[in-house]
Design a protein around this ligand. Structure first.
Ligand code: HEM
Length: 211
């Protein structure tokens, strides 16, 4: 696949554009909430929307490498922004839960984290996102070297946790959570299959006649 590359001067701006576009759903939901347009249960709708966007950005972050390796677009430049957007949404989701849902009742929050397994798993995913967000900068990549890659493998556990969190909170798995869970499962399965798929791609390109 021929890859389209933006002119150099637009590359930095395109990352900032991604942050702006990525944060737009949060601003829009907040606006709808503030103007009383979020339906019968605005707090739940707001909280859920932020959780869903956190999951979407986790998926987008995980999809960057497979896309590139399987001949799709190379979006590696945007991976850091996608990961940070996932963190910001997870943090906003937690804040909405704590402030709007639990009204800052710390005892109730702690009891929930201990007693409700889906909240425990959501919390674990958020906690694991913190070191990844804190080390998502060039200084940490240089300083941590090989350990940076090891640390950032946590993203697989975070994605599995986020999908499980979603699966556990619904009584019956409907189409929407099933789709998200299937995408996460595929992205997680890609990792062990990666060497085999890469070998096949290489063999195919060797056997293809030159044009
Ligand atoms: C990486 C972290 C997290 C992700 C990706 C995530 C994602 C999600 C998703 C996708 C939903 C379902 C949205 C829907 O029904 O459409 C959800 C619901 C929920 N999450 Fe999370 N979550 C995370 C962390 C947390 C944390 C830390 C808490 C609280 C300690 C939490 C509390 C909740 C609650 C209470 C709901 C259900 C709201 C309701 O419908 O009653 N989540 N989350």
């Amino acid at each position: 696949m021929s890859s389209f590359t933006l002119p150099r001067k637009w590359q930095g701006a395109s990352v900032w554009a991604l942050y702006a576009v990525g944060l737009a759903p949060a601003i829009w939901s907040f606006y709808l909430g503030a103007t009383g347009s979020l339906g019968a249960d605005p707090v739940k709708t707001f909280e859920r929307s932020l959780g869903l966007w956190a999951l979407r950005f986790i998926i987008a972050t995980l999809a960057v490498s497979p896309l590139r390796e399987l001949g799709g677009p190379n979006l590696i430049r945007y991976r850091r922004a996608l990961g940070l957007l996932a963190f910001y949404y997870a943090l906003m989701h937690f804040t909405a839960y704590m402030v709007l849902d639990q009204r800052l009742d710390l005892h109730a929050v702690i009891a929930d984290i201990i007693k409700r397994p889906y909240i425990t798993i959501g919390m674990a995913s958020l906690v694991m996102l913190v070191p990844l967000a804190l080390t998502s900068n060039s200084y940490s990549i240089r300083k941590l070297g090989h350990n940076w890659n090891r640390l950032h493998k946590l993203v697989y556990l975070i994605a599995a946790g986020a999908a499980l969190h979603f699966a556990m909170l619904v009584k019956v798995i409907t189409l929407e959570p099933a789709i998200y869970i299937a995408i996460v499962a595929l992205l997680l399965a890609y990792r062990p299959l990666r060497p085999y798929l890469k070998r096949r791609k290489k063999q195919r390109s060797v056997h293809q006649p030159a044009q």
